[in-house]
Design a protein around this ligand. Sequence first.
Ligand code: ISE
Length: 336
Amino acid sequence: ADVRVGVIGVGQMGADHVERIARRIKGARVSVVTDYFREKAEEIAAGIPGCRVADGPEELIAAEDVDAVLIASPGAFHKDQAIACIAAGKPVLCEKPLAMNPQDAYAVVEAEKAAGRPLVSLGFMRRFDREYAELKDAIDSGELGQISIINCKHRNARTLPGFVDAMMVYDSAVHEIDAIHYFLDEPIVAVQAVLPVPGPRADEGQHDPMILLLRTASGRIVTDELYVNTDSGYEVRTEVLGSRGIATIGQEIARVTTQKPGGAWGGAIPADFRPRFVDAYDAEVQAWIAAVADGSLVAERSATAWDGYLAAAACEAAEAALTTEGFVPVTVLSRP
Ligand code: ISE
């Protein structure tokens, strides 16, 4: 029988996941949705046969007709909702970030440990992207030689009002932080921030654009250049500088380019992460459903709660680095 998925939060990302599960994912259906804005949940449920609305996350998590939970609420709610899923013994795919501070992320790790089995998959979808997977293979094979520097760029057309510096770190930079952990299999140990004059579309007090320098345990340096209000489109690039080769992903932002009269050449940039990573999201959710169905619960390629904790620990250092000169060390507790 299909895995019956309950989706918490049907805003931009949650609504996208509901569509995906309803139309493209095999072996699953959306049985229940809930949202802080009830009308939004009603509207989404109305488009999905057999889908009903729950009053809130607690009711959804406890529901008899929910086998597994997908959390797509804002990051600040993830910890409590993930812990509630663990307490109910239900597998959960939690959108990133796991939490907005390492203490909360650690609490999820501990709750999962106490439950005695893996229940938490974390939605770092880039791990399921083909370009990222190929780059990881190239790094792991050693063909790039010694890697000293990785350059990352992370650009959004715009963010919602209220996207403060902490969100730039925990919602945006967190992707590069996890990608570095995934690529290199070594932790980020220190973070420095370099802050240019803010751009004209930055909110009051927001440091957009910003550059983070991440130092890894073996002494590699990663630059993460973030500009979340470019007013153009979605673009994420990674360039790995090796002694025997330089590997770059994310250069082809437009899949189709056109030449036009007057000598113009160009293409359309995706407006946001949904079209850019659609295949990665599909693969991530399909792998999660397969893992739920076969009892392994967390797919092999998926980020875990522990990955979420490590990312949050690096984010905490990055946030502190915004108001500190030089590198701020990352503090990591031992794994329970
Ligand atoms: C958003 O939350 C995401 O996860 C996107 O991937 C990222 O590009 C964006 O900056 C975040 O706000």
